[in-house]
Design a protein around this ligand. Sequence first.
Ligand code: PLP
Length: 389
Amino acid sequence: MSSISATGFLPFHRADVGDDEIAAVVDAIRSGWLTTGPRVKEFEAAFARYVGAKHAVALNSCTAALHLALDGVGVREGDEVIVPTMTFAATAEVVLYQRARPVLVDCEPDTLNIDVAALERAITPKTKAIVPVHFGGQACEMDAILDLARRHGLAIVEDAAHSLPASYCGRTIGTLGDVTCFSFYATKTLTTGEGGMATTDSDDYADRMRIMSLHGISRDAWKRYTADGTWRYDILEAGFKYNMTDIAAAIGIVQLKKCDEMRRARSRIARLYTEAFRDVPAVRVPVSRPDREHAWHLYVIQIDDAGTAVSRDDVILRLKEHGIGTSVHFIPLHLHPLYRDRFGYRAEDFPAATAAFSRILSLPIYPGLSDGDVANVVESVKASIGRPR
Ligand SMILES: *Cc1c(COP(=O)(O)O)cnc(C)c1O
């Protein structure tokens, strides 16, 4: 199957879903159990085994997982939570859900992961938690971050939306911080359409997240309707409606089985790109540290102004003319009106992220890309950079 659509356009992403996922969804619907049920339980168990965590709590998004994780570790009104500025909206907005204050921190110029020295400077007596984002699928400097957390008594909630599967110094992402949150959004490395998972080794955090994911009710709804359940339940708190459906879990179970294979395919594409751009001075390829296994959710090049007169924005337009979809990850949070106006952040407070933002460009990287597609992207990038306007 070619990844180029009938219109000849190579999309930025296409999920690796097919007949097996379709059959699993049909089975789920035929079973008569549509919402949270046996397939969610099976997916949670398989996922916990896969990353090596004691608990996995399936939810309807990574945003929900991040929210419940912050609630679980005790982030409350008035607390500060440290978040990288180089991330998606969800990472910081969940801090606002808890009426706490997101404290933005700059990134490393090469990996675009959170800068640990800047992180340390941002810690105050009000800091309650740190939310490292493993940018693009490469783990942050977790030993240094875990050490800071220990010394200052802070919780670590990892935003692992990009990093299934990934590891840091031989330890799997999903087992390092207090809670780790994964995304199964349509463009992520494993998809259920929409969905998320929180992993933790803590019984208390897992219990609390389960209760808060379903209206603050003290037992799973699906148990209420089975032989070993009863109709009785207790509402303990004002919770949320964040549970995953069995239809979504059916897709996730199939996807998880091919997770390693899909990573190998992305990893190979990353190698092809890096090799092909080796002698293109205007293209800085992503830096991957040798002590960690990269999930390669994103392949982010930086258009080096020294090597070309063409701006990143122009490269995007030219690639579109070549029939290639690209994206930008991310517009740093401090440049958005919400954070700029409400918290007074300025571009110059985050020199690395602000500079990177004008250069970054995400190229297509997914298992359905053929070698011909990859070569086409490479040639089109070269051509786009090569003819200054
Ligand atoms: C996609 C993404 C999320 C949100 O995931 P959802 O499952 O869509 O809620 C959070 N953080 C980062 C860094 C992401 O890229």
